[in-house]
Design a protein around this ligand. Structure first.
Ligand code: G3D
Ligand code: MG
Length: 170
């Protein structure tokens, strides 16, 4: 039986250097193509996930370079069906900036599924318990721990977002 085919756009947001490009590289190059198109200063990678009922094609948008939040234009967020919000386990300010990233996103696309990620968990944590609790509250979702370096949690993060976009239980 032919599976239903669905195509969705996702973005990775978070401060420069948190590991957005590394997470995409780990996820996409480990399994499938390095198919991409370059436009608007972004790189778009494609990845297909097979769920039981559905084949989901993720178009994964990455910002090229280290543009600041303010410099990001609407074209990047526009039409996003879900977002990975990424911070760095070793830099508390990247955690504290996540709520602002979320607000900026929602100004453009409204509420969409979000998976908050703490990346670089192969390194010792510098994040405070209270900060974590506060940001978790602001995100309305639990953090997933990843390491683009070792691969821990990376596939799970993208697949969790995919399931949330499709509205299927995790
Ligand atoms: P960005 O796309 O969010 O700006 P990058 O971040 O993917 O460019 O990563 C920034 C730096 O962090 C890179 O190091 C990269 O290798 C490193 N990095 C990314 N993910 C991890 C991780 O999970 N663990 C560790 N230890 N390092 C990570 P350089 O030295 O190239 O700047
Ligand atoms: Mg990058």
């Amino acid at each position: 039986m032919e599976k239903k085919q669905i195509i969705k756009k996702i973005c990775l947001l978070g401060d420069g250097g948190v590991g957005k490009t590394s997470l995409i590289g780990r996820y996409v190059l480990n399994c499938f193509s390095d198919d991409y198109i370059v436009s608007f200063g972004t790189k778009v990678s494609k990845k297909v996930i097979d769920y039981d009922e559905v084949q989901l094609t993720l178009m994964i948008w990455d910002i090229l370079g280290q543009k600041s939040q303010k410099a990001l234009h609407g074209a990047y967020y526009n039409g996003a069906n879900g977002v990975l919000l990424v911070c760095d386990n070793t830099r508390p300010e990247t955690l504290l900036n996540l709520p602002e990233w979320k607000q900026d996103l929602e100004k453009v696309v409204g509420p969409v599924p979000i998976v908050p990620i703490i990346n670089k968990t192969d390194l010792p944590s510098a994040l405070g318990t209270e900060d974590l609790a506060a940001v978790r509250e602001a995100m309305g979702a639990d953090f997933l721990l990843t390491s683009a370096k070792t691969g821990t949690g990376v596939q799970e993060a993208f697949e969790r977002l995919g399931r949330q976009i499709l509205g299927v239980p995790s």
